[in-house]
Design a protein around this ligand. Structure first.
Ligand SMILES: *Cc1c(COP(=O)(O)O)cnc(C)c1O
Length: 395
């Protein structure tokens, strides 16, 4: 039973059949370089430009505002590093972010701090949501850039990006949002948010891995990131990943078309799962229950280690995660759970289950059958749990 129930769609999703079918011709028959002038090249060029239009439409942007690249991490790096350089030219070296951003953002900011930038980390409170008032208070004369994610990848909480966008616009500050968990999952409207930069990644919405895009608001004079050929309007060199780009656009279009129906189904499944898991003694849900992604469940079960829980779930054919894919494997507690105020020992016992259109009510039934058993087996072996029971420590 390698993968009976896949419940780790925040880490990555399966490639959809529609996306694969649309990609195949560009991996076989139509292999021309989009920069070549003969018909075979033109065919590839048309596929890339057609995909750009589709992606732009899905986030209410213009095609010339979409730049294809290798994924969410590259989009975050490009957006933040180049925006910072742009502002440094005007003598501004202060950046505001939140405590629970993805590592692609936090580690990029670490690199900038070494170059003399100053970073303020906004609190995300127990509900996992940034407060726009606190952003306003943190703004200084030399604030250059605000980078705050659209939806968190671990606890799924959705941030008030529209309010944040309004504040930034009013104060003349650049606003980047890592929307990797949001695009294709919930409605994303770049114009409405009023952001300058927005990151997305295809493999989070049933597109292929290794391809994504950065939205750059038109008119923004933005440095290129990869030097070389003239691809992507001279801003991101390298022969285009034609098949990947086609797959991304087809997957995104499909995700957006089925969005509202899919999300009401996922929300029902999510809420039933949360209610069921909360019946377990000393369990808690992390992050706001309502303002979260339709397919995200993040729980703590006091007295057990997240890693042992994951291994036991894997033996039952359930693929899930504790923390994010990038941090699991290390024994550090999740920086996201610490940011919402959980103590270290609780943050270690967390479980993230994330669902997509492929999941069914039967998956939820199976998870609800398996997890309570595993939790009680693990607790029976846990010295920590014994202590908790003795001290009647609560969470
Ligand atoms: C997955 C993810 C990324 C990284 O995207 P890649 O395409 O895997 O590089 C960045 N930010 C968030 C919020 C993510 O969930």
């Amino acid at each position: 039973m390698i993968n009976k129930v896949y419940a780790d769609n925040a880490a990555t999703t399966s490639l959809s059949k529609e996306a694969l079918d649309a990609m195949m011709p560009y991996l076989t028959e139509y292999y021309g370089n989009p920069s070549s002038l003969y018909s075979l090249g033109v065919k590839s060029r048309q596929a890339v430009e057609n995909s750009r239009e589709i992606v732009a439409k899905c986030i209410n942007a213009e095609p010339k505002e979409i730049f294809f690249l290798s994924g969410g991490s590259e989009a975050d790096n490009w957006a933040i590093k180049s925006a910072a350089q742009l502002c440094a030219k005007k003598g501004k070296k202060h950046i505001i972010t939140s405590k629970f951003e993805h590592h692609a953002v936090l580690h990029t900011l670490d690199a900038l701090k070494k170059q003399g930038f100053e970073v303020t980390y906004l609190d995300v409170h127990e509900d996992g949501i940034v407060r726009p008032e606190e952003l306003e208070k943190a703004i200084r004369e030399d604030t250059a850039l605000v980078t705050i994610m659209f939806a968190n990848n671990e606890i799924g909480t959705i941030q008030p990006v529209k309010e944040i966008g309004e504040i930034c616009k009013k104060r003349g500050i650049l606003f980047h949002t890592d929307a990797v968990q949001a695009v294709g999952t919930i409605p994303v409207d770049a114009k409405e948010i009023g952001c300058d930069l927005l990151s997305m990644s295809a493999h989070k919405f049933h597109g292929p891995k290794g391809v994504g895009a950065l939205f750059i608001r038109k008119g923004l004079r933005f440095d290129n990131f990869i030097d070389g050929g003239a691809q992507e309007s001279n801003r991101r060199a390298g022969t285009e990943n034609v098949a990947g780009i086609v797959g991304m656009s087809v997957a995104l279009k499909h995700s957006c078309e089925i969005m509202s129906e899919r999300n009401s189904r996922l929300e029902k499944m999510r809420d039933r799962l949360i209610d069921g898991l909360l019946k377990i003694d000393r369990s808690r849900i992390n992050g706001d229950r309502v303002r979260r992604l339709p397919g995200n469940v993040n729980m703590c079960f006091h007295g057990i280690e997240g890693e042992s829980l994951l291994l036991s779930l894997d033996l039952k054919g359930i693929s899930a995660s504790s923390g994010s894919a990038c941090t699991s494997g290390s024994l550090d507690p999740s920086h996201v759970l610490l940011a919402i105020g959980l103590p270290h020992e609780v943050a270690h016992g967390s479980l993230r289950l994330s669902f997509s259109d492929n999941n069914t009510e039967e998956d939820i039934d199976y998870i609800l059958e398996v997890i309570p058993q595993i939790v009680s087996t693990l607790r029976a072996m846990s010295p920590l749990w014994e202590k908790i029971i003795k001290n009647e420590k609560n969470i």
